[in-house]
Design a protein around this ligand. Structure first.
Ligand code: 0A1
Ligand code: ZN
Length: 889
């Protein structure tokens, strides 16, 4: 009997309700984990591809899981699917029913073969989860729960299968047919269609499945692993249509980055690649950055394509970092995967740490560290102090897509980095080796990782495990006493309450410290102190005079330090600390301390001027210091972000902070106008290229313009226009345009128009054009954003374009926090419009509104009202509903 039963969602009366395995509850909790009742050692998939109609036949070879409670039924997850055929052991069966979106099937024996047929419409899939169409090609995104939109399956990461995939389709529309693993056969059907078969020998969870079909062209290369395996590498991009740009030459940097990543992972972690093929495909419609599917990574074009004409130095670094990140997942994520989604940081925190260490080795290690800390403070600290705070290993969720967060990724990396600091590099490596050996081929937990580091590195991590369980950024209060010849460091920690976690316990906090002799400017050696109680004191003898304290050097712990350091100590460290991070930190502290006092109205006019003079003196020293390279100089010139300053205040007034920060910048620029002009001239004479000197020169050049724009806008306009005209890189051109976009002079319009005309056929550069206007300091930025939302190039279905306008806008304090609440209204309107199209991406715009509790009351009320308006929208997705619900708290 051919079973076509899609219209019977509540299924077959022969099946007793009580026996049906329960559906996933609305709130999923970590403590409720149960192994799945069935193993699926093998899975065969057969796709008949079409852009609007794809037929999927799945054959699941299942057997009872000896580690689970025996069950006579299997629950297969589905989302928006109807089964066209259901067979068991080759025979059609009626012993199945729909339970919500899932399919539940009777399985009387211990081992069976299940056959399922589904049909999907990839072109209608605007959510970009599952199998979807992008620019005429077909591709998949299955993490976290997209596979269930392709076929019915136990769509959970602890069910590992060996996949064999067959696909056939129109040879003209889909000349390239790709899936995971190795290509095993291909052929022509003789009717205009062709087929290919792929086999992946490594068992994997469904979230790592991938399929791509389309008119693609490849940049090919090879890599030989240290044990002699020759791997064919290919980076695919869409073939250029008429009037479109050829992206293929723009993949050279990604390919070089891939080969460097493969070598580095062998050398630094002893990890080798394990298939004969490694393919990357770039797609322009993608919800995230990239995806580590086994042997077939799918990337957002933003993280593949780069050349000097269209990509900035920052873009080059991002491509290298993301290529490395996805490649490193082959071990930290794929060979050892996650038992359940609560363990996401097991693969993400570890892989972020690995990509950060790689990038440190490829370029300037201190500059990379500073950049990573800036990201942590800009994105994760606010998350940790707001309504969405959660531990790096969350305890519950409604929609897992909402937990791909800066906490899970970036704080997760910091937590593992602390283990590395405490163990030392060699012992940490021994712990990682043990982890990979012990858990290869398994779906593991964060606890498995900690235990392996504990055993392999010989560390006691008992109390350290709290870092996995407790949310919130610890605050460490610091006081340095000096008596006789002894300096005593008094430390106290508080881990603040977060939603669902009112009381916290002290955690081990490893802090590298150094005490400088004021006169000689040197210290007697760096020491690691581990603060593991609420309060602790550490004594350092041998100081005849009061030393200068440098603490959390290298940012060894992801905490905020509260230390009322005298201004002269900060000036000393900003000029003389031998730890580059600490030098940067002193500079930031100097500015943050001053701005906090100004915003709080604590300073008289003359005190304010004295503060500005101290900062100007420190900046002048940075500009003049011959020992600094320009990349590092550029870091030291960057003022602390508005978000970071606001983070230091219990309740922030974004308008005042923005105004005072800009006023400070203007005063510094006026005091140092000659220095900034000379810096710009000196840097403009440095020859181009991708080396550190040329990149550093570009960085300080634009920094100089950013200052001058506030101090002398006419001069800045003229210099920026000249930089734009002379630019032979996107870095210089975008830097100049960013400054012009914030100014009112005629060059703004000229150059924005020129930029658009020049690059209108390149979507990634058009994204920059949207972003530059959305993030500008121009007083009418909010009007510009409104106009751009109706621009013919704006497209709600393309996440890159939506982010380039609205994410940048939400991070533009002067515009987003407009006093009348217009910015909040615009973001809420976007969320409401985007939610039915692409809920995953829509939900990502909620957090900026969720900050209301830390904003002054008038704006807070306006933000809350917008959240309530979103909450009241009928048919809201689970993604957005969860984020709005938590934000309203
Ligand atoms: N595992 C990927 C991130 C990722 C997560 C979800 C996605 O679905 C939209 C896509 C990618 C990574 O860490 O790179
Ligand atoms: Zn990742």
């Amino acid at each position: 009997m051919d079973i076509r039963n899609p219209s019977a969602p509540d299924g077959n009366p022969e099946m007793a309700d009580a026996a049906v395995p329960p559906p996933a509850p609305a709130v999923i909790r970590r403590v409720d984990y149960q192994p799945f009742g069935w193993l699926v050692p093998r899975l065969e998939l057969d796709f008949q591809l079409g852009l609007t109609d794809t037929r999927v036949a799945a054959t699941l070879h299942v057997e009872r899981n000896p580690a689970a409670t025996p069950t006579g039924q299997i629950r297969l997850n589905g989302e928006g699917l109807a089964p066209l055929e259901v067979t068991v052991d080759g025979q059609p069966t009626s012993l199945w029913r729909m339970a919500g979106d899932d399919l539940v099937l009777d399985l009387p024996g211990t081992a069976h073969t299940i056959g399922l047929v589904t049909r999907i419409d990839p072109a209608a899939n605007t959510q970009l989860s599952g199998l979807y169409a992008s620019g005429g090609m077909l591709c998949t995104q299955c993490e976290a729960e997209g596979f269930r939109r392709i076929t019915f399956f136990p769509d959970r990461p602890d069910v590992l299968s060996i996949y064999s995939v067959r696909m056939s389709g129109d040879a003209d529309a889909f000349p390239v047919l790709l899936s995971n693993g190795n290509l095993t056969a291909r052929g022509d059907n003789g009717d205009g269609t062709h087929w290919a078969e792929w086999h992946d020998p490594w068992p994997k969870p469904s979230y790592l499945f991938a399929l791509v079909a389309g008119r693609l062209v490849a940049n090919r290369d090879t890599f030989t692993t240290r044990s002699g395996r020759k791997v064919d590498l290919a980076i695919y991009v869409r073939e250029a249509g008429a009037g479109e740009e050829d992206d293929l030459p723009r993949t050279a940097h990604a390919m070089a980055s891939l080969k460097r990543s493969m070598t580095w992972d062998e050398e630094q972690f002893g990890r080798e690649y394990d298939l004969d093929t490694f393919n990357i495909v770039a797609v322009s419609d993608f919800n995230a950055g990239a995806m580590e599917n086994k042997g077939l990574n799918v990337f957002n074009t933003k993280y593949v394509l780069a050349d000097e004409e269209t990509a900035t130095d920052g873009d080059f670094d991002a491509v290298e970092g993301v290529i490395a990140h996805e490649y490193f997942h082959n071990w930290s994520g794929n060979r050892v995967t996650c038992r359940d989604w609560f363990q996401l940081s097991l693969k993400e925190g570890f892989t972020v740490l690995r990509d950060q260490l790689f990038s440190q080795d490829m370029g300037s290690a201190p500059v990379k560290r500073i950049e990573d800390v800036r990201v942590l403070r800009g994105a994760q600290f606010p998350e940790d102090s707001g309504p969405l705070a959660h531990p790096i290993r969350p305890d519950e969720y409604r929609e897992i897509s909402n937990f791909y967060t800066a906490t899970v990724y970036n704080k997760g990396a910091e937590v593992i980095r602390m283990m590395r600091v405490m163990a030392g590099e060699e012992r940490f490596r021994a712990g990682c080796d043990l982890y990979f050996d012990r858990h290869d081929g398994e779906a593991a937990t964060c606890e498995d990782f900690v235990k392996a580091i504990e055993d392999g590195a010989g560390l006691d991590l008992n109390q350290f495990r709290l870092w996995y369980a407790q949310a919130g950024t610890p605050r460490v209060t610091v006081r340095l006493d000096h008596a006789g010849d002894v300096a005593t460091l008094h430390l106290a920690q508080v881990v603040p309450p977060t939603p669902g976690q009112p009381d916290k316990r002290p955690m081990p906090i490893p802090l590298k410290v150094a005490l400088f002799d004021r006169a000689s400017g040197i210290h007697a050696g760096e020491q690691l102190v581990v603060l593991d109680r609420a309060q602790q004191s550490f004594s350092f003898p041998g100081f005849a005079t009061r030393p200068v304290l440098s603490i959390n050097r290298g940012f060894t712990a992801p905490v905020s330090i509260e230390h009322a350091a005298p201004v002269e100590d900060l000036v000393f460290l900003a000029a003389r600390d031998d730890d580059p991070f600490a030098r940067y930190e002193a500079m930031q502290e100097l500015v943050v301390g001053h701005l906090k006092d100004v915003v709080d109205g604590k300073l008289s006019a003359s005190e304010r001027d004295a503060g500005r003079a101290a900062i100007a003196g420190a900046l002048a020293a940075v500009i003049a210091d011959p020992a600094l390279d320009d990349l590092m100089r550029g870091e030291l010139l960057i003022l602390p972000s508005q978000t970071y300053i606001a983070e230091q205040m219990l309740i922030a007034d974004p308008g005042t902070i923005h105004h005072e920060r800009q006023a400070l910048r203007g005063a510094l620029a006026r005091a140092l106008e000659g220095e900034f002009v000379a810096l710009h001239q000196r840097a403009s004479a440095v020859p181009g290229g991708l080396n550190a000197a040329a990149r550093g020169a570009r960085k300080v050049k634009t920094q100089a313009l950013v200052y001058l724009a506030e101090g002398n806008p006419d001069l800045a306009e003229q210099m920026a226009a000249a930089q734009y005209d002379a630019a032979d890189t996107m870095t210089d051109r975008q830097g100049a345009l960013m400054v012009l976009a914030g100014l009112k002079g005629p060059q703004r319009t000229h150059k924005l128009l020129d930029f658009y005309q020049r690059y209108r056929s390149n979507p990634l550069v058009v994204d920059k054009w949207f972003g530059l206007q959305a993030g500008s300091l121009h007083p009418h930025a909010i009007e510009h954003v409104k106009a751009l939302a109706t621009h013919p190039d704006f497209n709600l279905k393309n996440p890159n374009r939506v982010r380039s306008l609205y994410m940048v806008f939400a991070a533009n304090p002067a515009a987003f926090h407009a006093e009348d609440g217009e910015g909040y209204r615009m973001l809420a309107d976007l969320i409401i419009a985007l939610d039915p199209v692409n809920p995953q991406t829509a939900a990502r715009f909620v957090p900026p509104l969720g900050r209301w509790r830390r904003i002054e009351p008038r704006r807070a009320a306006l933000m809350r009202a917008e959240l309530e308006r979103i909450a009241a929208t009928p048919g809201l997705s689970r993604d957005t509903a969860e984020q709005v619900g938590r934000s309203l708290g």
